[in-house]
Write a protein of this length. Structure first.
Length: 254
């Protein structure tokens, strides 16, 4: 854990960077607090899911760099409570927290349904290779993309249920309802859990991992970045997305 004074210094630097349009890397590269990640000439594009029962429901391809919506897809008609979204580089996978929900495999260009895995209720999905992971209550399930079961991963630090999950290499990450240590890291090999405290968390609900950073969305539909190892706050960026954002995923090109 960083010293309080050190964290406060970093937060002040982040606020200054945001208000004055400075690059956060320019401020932190000499502090030793965060390994600088170069965002120069990188377009940050995200798949963003918004809930069916609020303003502007759908799945959006959002360009954070240009502050523009590049694509909007309709939700599957029978998806009652959309909360979960994954992208495997080719297809979107979307699921819901209502009764008798399914996980839908969608064409990422037009939103048409490719396949359906029935009778799965979830608030979080993540994809890796030929596998899907989804959360239900306090358990993370691993399945093949055709829906066949592989294993259950019980969690030790979840509270009530798991709002979202993400994967990065050999580690799973999940959210819990806690202002302190809201992100939990699980080793896929040993299932060991460790807590990651985010230094500035305002009602974190969605989670993904990208470019060695923890990416979340707060109640104001702002995209927040934190250091993957330390949880130290890096930056925040408002979006143009209306309604309730329930999931965010990086847009990958190969």
């Amino acid at each position: 854990m960083k010293a309080t004074q050190t964290i406060w210094t970093l937060l002040i630097s982040a606020i200054i960077a945001s208000s004055c349009h400075y690059d956060i890397d320019d401020i932190t590269e000499n502090t030793g607090l965060i390994d600088p990640v170069s965002h120069e000439n990188i377009e940050n594009r995200w798949w963003i899911l918004t809930h069916k029962n609020y303003e502007a429901p759908g799945i959006y391809l959002y360009n954070e760099t240009t502050q523009s919506i590049e694509l909007q897809l309709d939700l599957p008609e029978n998806l009652e409570s959309p909360h979960a979204l994954a992208y495997d580089g080719e297809y979107l996978w979307v699921g819901g927290a209502g009764d008798n929900e399914s996980i839908y495999q969608l064409d990422a260009e037009n939103g048409s349904i490719i396949s359906e895995i029935k009778n799965i209720t979830t608030e979080g999905i993540t994809a890796q290779d030929e596998f899907l992971y989804y959360s239900n209550d306090k358990i993370i399930h691993k399945i093949n993309k055709d829906g066949t079961f592989i294993e259950e991963i019980p969690t030790k630090n979840s509270s009530y249920n798991i709002p979202d999950i993400a994967i990065d290499g050999n580690h799973l990450y999940y959210l819990r309802y806690s202002e302190q240590d809201p992100v939990i890291k699980i080793g896929l090999s040993d299932k060991r859990e460790s807590k990651i405290a985010l230094t500035e968390s305002t009602g974190t609900y969605c989670l993904t991992i990208y470019n060695n950073e923890i990416i979340t969305v707060n109640a104001f539909n702002e995209i927040n970045r934190f250091n993957l190892e330390t949880g130290v706050f890096i930056s925040t960026q408002p979006t143009l997305i209306k309604g309730w954002i329930t999931a965010i995923e990086p847009y990958y090109t190969y």
